[in-house]
Structure formats: C-alpha cells, structure tokens
Design a protein around this ligand. Sequence first.
Ligand code: SF4
Length: 361
Amino acid sequence: MPEALVHLAPLLLKWFDSHQRNLPWRESRDPYRIWISEVMLQQTVAATVVPFFERFTKRFPNVKSLAGADTDEVLHLWQGLGYYRRARMLHQAARQLVSLGYENLPDDPKVVSELPGLGRYTTNAILSQAFERPVPILEANTFRLLARLFGLLDDPRAKPSEAWLWEAAQSILPNDRPGDFNQALMELGSQICSVNSPSCLICPIHAMCVTNLAGLQSTIPNTTPKAAPTPINELCVAMENEKGEWLVLRRGLEGRWARMWEFPRVQILEKESAQDAASRAAKELVGFTIQNPRKQTELRHAVTRFKVTLELWTAKTIETRPKLDPARHSEFLWLKPDKFTTLATATPQRKLMAWVLANLS
Ligand code: SF4
C-alpha cells in the first residue's frame, strides 16, 4: 500500500460507521440477501431497489424458496427493475445451489463464482460482506472513486487501467472488516464522490486524494463519451376478439425480454408506413389478416444504446388461433384487460397494457 494511504481504511470505516444509509440488505450478513441486493443493484440505484428487495425477499426468503419458484413469478416480482436476464440468472443460480446440496451461498469462491450471472465483482462483494474474505470490488462507483483517489489519467474502463485498478483495490483492502471497507468505498463513491460535482470539502479522504490535491475533479475520471443513442421506431398491434379479449404473446427462451409477455411487436422498416407495419406484425407474428388498424398512442423508452419510439395500434379480429413463429414466441393468451397485471411484462408493455385497460375496456 502506498505510504500516503496508510490511514485510508480507518478514516473510511469511521466515516462509513456514522454516515452509511440504512438499507435493508445491511441488516444482516446473510449471503442470500447480500446476493439478491447485489444483483438488483447492478444498473439500478439503491433507493429504487429497496421496495423490490423487500417484496422479493419476503416472497423468497432463502435459496430453497427461490429455487422452487415458478419462473413467471420470479419475473413478475422483478417487473419494473428491468434487465430481466438478471432475474432469470438468479433463478437458475438458486436451482444450481440446491442441486449441489447448498441451502445458502457457501464461503467458497469456486462455488460462488461458477453460479450463473456472477462475475468477479458480485462474487467478491458477497464473499467480503458475508464472510469477511479480503477480496476487492470494482463497480461503477469504485471505478470513479479509485481513479480519483490515485489520480489515474487514463480511461479507467480501458483494459490495462481496469487491471491496474483491481490491483489497486486489492492493495488498499484491510484484513479487518474488508466487507465494510468495500461497502464504504461504494457508499463514498455514490454519496460524496459523484460524477459531476464531488463534495471534496466534506470527503473524509480529501487529504490523500490525488485528484483533489491536483484540482483535477473535472478531468478524472477520463471516460470516453458515450455515443448518442440510435433512434428506432417500433410498433405493437393489440388485437381484440369478439369477446373483448386481447391477444398477448410470450417471448421465447432467448434474447432480450425472454419469457416476458407482450402485444405483437415489430420494428417499423425504413420507408414502411406504420399502418403497413401494423398489418405486417399481425401477419408475420400470428398469421392474422387485419382490417383498418388504428393508432392509439405512443411512448418513448431507452434500451441499451437505442432510443425507442413505440406506437400502439389496435385492430378487431374474428380469428382465434394464432400461428406463432417458434423462433420468437412460445405461447399466446386471449385476455380481458383486467387480467393484464397477472402477466410478467417489461415496463413499456406494462404501460401499453395499462393504457388499453384505461381507455379501451
Ligand atoms: S476528495 Fe473529492 S475527488 Fe477525491 S475521493 Fe473525495 S470526493 Fe472524490
């Protein structure tokens, strides 16, 4: 450890003891609860995660209950958190643990790191917080915090920098309370060392922070600007039968939003009118020919590097038996709108279904 950082751990732990937020997964050292929280916290801020965590752990309080759950129920409880692959991996991992004879995540780096969906960061977060193993972590907040602490001028996300930061994180990790120390790094990164306006005056480590001493807060971390999102236009066609039921499809096992329910959805092609795309969606996805589809509403959302405009079109149909494309969808249902909430759906689809319920039923 660099000489200048010998007081880092005591300072940081003292600050953490008096400033940490009261978060439900900090109430115990149960590896299962730490695991669930760490997976939920990927891509999502703590304040958003809290109610999801409480609902999820109330319904699935341990590995066994999660392993025995139906995938639909797991996805349903994840609804609104996004990145549903995380939920599917979590479920698979619970089943893997049970099949190996474990009732909880064990204090064994090999077993934990080989669970589906667990990378180096999540594995180390669980092992350090639950079992006090002195293993480092590196995630969004600590990338930034450590880059600033050490005055790293290169892009911290570049491969050589990342390898260097893992070593740096290991070098400052104390043997005493490594789990709390890792949490303190993340807490300081999220609460004090923010992206655009770090609060250096009240930062407990300001006297040893190279970036602060050099006044380089606006240039470190030196991250490559993200490319502007690509706009795309998509469309859903919601079809209603003579009984007032609407056709919903369940996506297959692969790809984004796997196993989630949706109205038939296509991307609107270049030079294609939205009305033609609605007819094409009905034909391609379920084999129906529809007359006079009507645009009802539209919404915007972001998915990875795409900025999506999603239109909702509706049509009446007398057809009853959709012919699904098995590469895209595995099941269908005809449902009254008041039953839409029983389905596991991604946020954009949930909003469209809520719109149909409020306006067309
Ligand atoms: S002194 Fe400022 S830049 Fe350095 S770690 Fe603290 S908040 Fe971040």
